[in-house]
Write a protein that binds this ligand. Structure first.
Ligand code: FES
Length: 66
């Protein structure tokens, strides 16, 4: 069983899916990443620390785009 880190808990989207989408290119900003992967489209906490004031997510989409 995989121990993979989930970036988006709501939709159970693993880090590898997000990185793969970024590596493929054409992702200019976080909105494009959300559109492509659907991560961040439910509670939004995985998008950025601004949406996650209590630090409930370890990784945010904005960190991965830096
Ligand atoms: S954790 Fe990603 S939308 Fe909720």
């Amino acid at each position: 069983m995989s121990e993979e880190i989930e970036v988006c808990i709501c939709l159970r989207i693993p880090l590898s899916d997000i990185l793969q989408a970024i590596e493929k290119g054409g992702i200019e900003d976080v909105e494009a990443l959300i559109e492509k992967t659907k991560a961040g489209s439910v509670c939004k906490m995985c998008i950025s620390p601004e949406y996650d004031p209590y630090g409930e997510r370890d990784i945010h989409l904005t960190d991965l785009l830096k």
